[in-house]
Design a protein around this ligand. Structure first.
Ligand code: PHB
Length: 391
């Protein structure tokens, strides 16, 4: 149409025609709008990318559709910046009008997402952030997690450390919800087995100036150190710990984030490290083998726990959509089915608790080359205590 003939009445006609389209995206037909809010920059950037890759891999395996409906993606880089989180999530909820939110990595950002999801009654699938409160006091019928609570791997590592005879441990982490909660879980597991934490140390997120704290560890000589770091920060910490020679005398333990998706960069510094997590690279099951093969073909790189959590976030959404034949107007039924359907994950089958958090085996893994290899089940079918969740 020539520009001159584009008058107000034709604009009005166009707008009117667009209204039923926008409405149907929320209903029973048309594409389902998925809002990916993840870190694509900063210390957690690689984690965000792996989650997106995993999510999209599952959707691709279903022919690009879930329950017969196309998936349309909207993306926001949350930069792992809690102060920007509310504005960022509102771009997806209010501007893009997404049907479901998927995100994020950082617990502080995820807490703001959970609040917005509750306020707007938007579906939220969390593919990483372990903030205990989200499946605790803030739990909601419209919120599920495909990953873990911060307490879970921490607690399991505490149990293992106590079994290894650790009596005096120190902890070191970033000063925010994930670090504090992971450390708390570790302390609980360790104390249950008769050990104790003699000192907790932290630094602001995402700082990596570890020298003064490493000097303190050398002076205190604990039986073991427990560290929560992830992404770029984990690479630097594990290398600095080894460069200071501490790994020769004081075992460095952590939740598996310390060595997941990081091993190529950590190299020799990470070898033989023991960590606990709900995934191990070499789980020899048909599901994990098929997942790893498909991921490597699609992305020319090896998957990690974050890719698994992204893949499972898509599976959980698919489970809900299947139960309602793709009809988003049946929201409550959809949300209930997301929670009730067991998930056939590359990590092994798991269920979701009433609070919406995975009930899962936590594995003890050992670093060999570029893999976190399965050693044993540290704690079987571990459920987060979900303290404060009333549903
Ligand atoms: C979190 O902030 O909850 C968090 C971030 C990165 C991880 C694990 C947990 O690898």
């Amino acid at each position: 149409m020539p520009l001159t003939s584009f008058n107000f009445s034709s604009l009005a006609a166009l707008l009117l025609a667009a209204v039923p389209l926008a409405a149907s995206a929320q209903g029973a037909s048309g594409p389902i709008k998925v809002g990916l809010m993840l870190p694509y920059s900063g210390t957690y950037a690689a984690l965000g990318n792996a989650i997106e890759n995993g999510f999209k891999l599952y959707v691709q395996e279903q022919g690009g559709k879930l329950a017969g409906r196309e998936i349309q993606y909207f993306k926001v880089d949350d930069e792992s910046e809690p102060p920007k989180a509310t504005d960022n999530v509102n771009k997806l909820i209010k501007r893009d009008n997404v049907d479901v939110l998927v995100g994020t990595v950082h617990s502080g950002v995820a807490l703001a997402m959970a609040k917005a999801a509750k306020d707007n009654n938007t579906l939220l699938v969390i593919p990483n952030a372990g903030a205990d409160a989200i499946t605790g006091p803030m739990c909601g019928a419209n919120i599920v997690r495909s990953s873990f609570s911060n307490w879970q791997p921490g607690y399991a590592m505490g149990v293992v450390a106590a079994q290894k005879g650790v009596k005096r441990a120190m902890t070191i982490t970033w000063n925010y919800a994930a670090g504090a909660e992971s450390t708390k879980g570790f302390t609980e597991g360790l104390e249950k087995g008769g050990g104790k934490v003699v000192k907790d140390m932290n630094l602001p997120f995402p700082n990596v100036e570890f020298q003064a704290l490493l000097t303190e560890i050398a002076a205190q000589k604990p039986d073991a150190v427990y560290a929560f770091f992830a992404g770029g920060g984990a690479v630097k910490f594990v290398k600095d710990y080894a460069a200071a020679g501490l790994n020769k005398t004081i075992p460095l333990y952590g939740p598996g984030f310390l060595t997941d998706g990081t091993l190529e960069a950590q190299g020799a510094a990470a070898q033989n490290m023991l960590t606990t997590l709900h995934y191990a690279d070499n789980l020899d099951t048909p599901k994990n083998n098929a997942f790893r093969k498909a991921y490597a073909i699609a992305y020319k790189s090896q998957p990690d726990v974050y890719a698994v959590q992204g893949y499972d976030a898509a599976q959980i959404l698919a489970n809900g959509l299947k139960a309602v034949g793709g009809d988003l107007t049946k929201r409550d039924q959809l949300a209930a089915a997301m929670r009730k359907t067991p998930v056939d994950s590359p990590r092994g089958k798991f269920t979701l608790s009433a609070a919406g958090n995975p009930v899962q085996d936590i594995y003890l893994r050992e670093v060999k080359g570029n893999n976190n290899e399965f050693r044993s089940i540290a704690v079987k079918a571990l459920a987060d205590p979900a303290r404060g969740c009333k549903l």
